[in-house]
Design a protein around this ligand. Sequence first.
Ligand SMILES: Nc1nc2c(ncn2[C@@H]2O[C@H](COP(=O)(O)OP(=O)(O)OP(=O)(O)O)[C@@H](O)[C@H]2O)c(=O)[nH]1
Ligand SMILES: [Mg+2]
Length: 216
Amino acid sequence: MVVEIKSNLPHCSKAIDGNQNKVEVNILLLGAENVGKSALTVRFLTKRFIGEYGNIESVYSHVEKIDRRDISFNIWDSLYPQSCESSESVSEEQLRWADGIVLVYSICDRASFEVVQQQITLIQKLFSSLSFSVPMVVVGNKRDLHHRRVVSSEEGRLLALSADCGFFEVSAAEAYHGVLLVFHGLHELIKEARGVKKGAAGIMGIMKTVFGKKRE
Ligand SMILES: Nc1nc2c(ncn2[C@@H]2O[C@H](COP(=O)(O)OP(=O)(O)OP(=O)(O)O)[C@@H](O)[C@H]2O)c(=O)[nH]1
Ligand SMILES: [Mg+2]
């Protein structure tokens, strides 16, 4: 396992597929403060839960072998801006950088669930103005604190369904496997989306041949 901490935040550097054996995947973690974005990231990178993470925004790189291919995960562990307008909690730069997005809330914090709802609405608006989109998953974290639950699994699932996102409930504190499924699940969706894009490019090529010119 390779864990590399990149000190600088990316300046819109879109990941590019490398050679046949190495693929770059940029994953952006969003959500309110204190929901466990850093805990999920560190769990995925190191398999460990260390308890306190501080509020640092960073991009981490981590190479994993999936189906005999090296997948380089670049993970942007974001900070929810303090006292921001909800319309500023996701930037165009973040969306241009990301190949996939994880939206995290805590199952014991209703306000954090509302932040995810607002961020989905904002992202959908930005995507429609930018004319592209990327796969997203909604994650309800802190499942171990079920005695303090205020957001039901059903609500989480319905939100994800209504926004065409994947859905997971996990505990970064309790288990590695669920966290692994989040990142691998999103990687699968990204792979599918890339396949669809390539397929569409192929169809465009055929149309170009048939009609004599490429349609944008
Ligand atoms: N019980 C429990 N606590 C968790 C879990 N995940 C994170 N925490 C705790 O929640 C607090 C916040 O976790 P962070 O990972 O720092 O949350 P964050 O979303 O990165 O917070 P900011 O960086 O400040 O936005 C810490 O005290 C963690 O130990 C979990 O699954 N269960
Ligand atoms: Mg954090």
